[in-house]
Design a protein around this ligand. Structure first.
Ligand code: GDP
Length: 195
């Protein structure tokens, strides 16, 4: 996909604040620090359009980025901060659950995992939820450049096993440093959205 224009549109913590325009949306989820901001920037060929929160644990928000006036990238707050209170975790849970469950124009959910590590318990819960719902989803294994090439197959196998993925469900390895995987991820997005 050729990116003609990509811009931040708005931040939301509740549905009334979501964009009013009815365009297809692609949502990005994953643990904090997994590389969510980096992949959004890489797919949009921008250096710092999406930014990770500088303060881990502070109340996080949902950010909407408008791409080519044709779709939104929706950056959901990262989960898995160890030092966050239970109340903050629950608020996070409600915010993303509300978005994921109620947003009609949401067409694809991309879940990110770090290729170097086995998925966490929270990743497993997230994936189980994704697999059980109706909308298409895609798993992307980030930070591909951080492991030796020879280890890629075993790491991908571990991710599939720990998440309990079906054989036909795709896992795409990706590096924000080299851009490897970017075209394949765009192909998947375009396939689902029908661009
Ligand atoms: P977020 O919290 O999920 O938005 O994560 P960020 O995109 O801010 O990335 C967290 C850290 O991982 C930053 O230091 C990034 O530079 C680094 N990072 C993200 N993606 C990659 C990648 O593909 N390769 C490498 N080597 N580092 C990455």
């Amino acid at each position: 996909m050729q990116i003609k224009e990509a811009k931040y549109e708005t931040t939301a913590v509740k549905p009334e604040q979501y964009p009013k325009r009815y365009l297809p949306e692609v949502a990005w989820v994953g643990r904090s620090n997994v590389g969510k901001s980096s992949i959004i920037n890489a797919l949009l060929y921008r250096k710092s359009l999406a930014r990770a929160s500088a303060t881990p644990g502070k109340t996080r928000e949902i950010n909407f980025y408008l791409v080519n006036e044709a779709l939104y990238f929706v950056d959901l707050p990262g989960y898995g901060y160890a030092r966050v209170s239970q109340a903050a975790k629950e608020a996070w849970g409600r915010m993303i659950e509300t978005y994921l469950q109620t947003r009609e124009q949401l067409q694809l959910i991309v879940m990110l995992v770090d290729i170097r590590h086995a998925p966490s318990n929270e990743d497993q819960v997230m994936y189980a939820w994704l697999a059980a719902q109706e909308r298409p989803s895609l798993v992307v294994a980030t930070k591909l450049d951080k492991i030796p090439r020879g280890q890629i197959p075993i790491r991908l196998r571990t991710i599939r096993e720990v998440l309990g993925m079906a054989a036909e469900a795709p896992v795409i390895p990706f590096s924000a440093v080299t851009g490897q995987g970017r075209d394949e991820i765009w192909r998947q997005i375009e396939g689902v959205i029908g661009l």
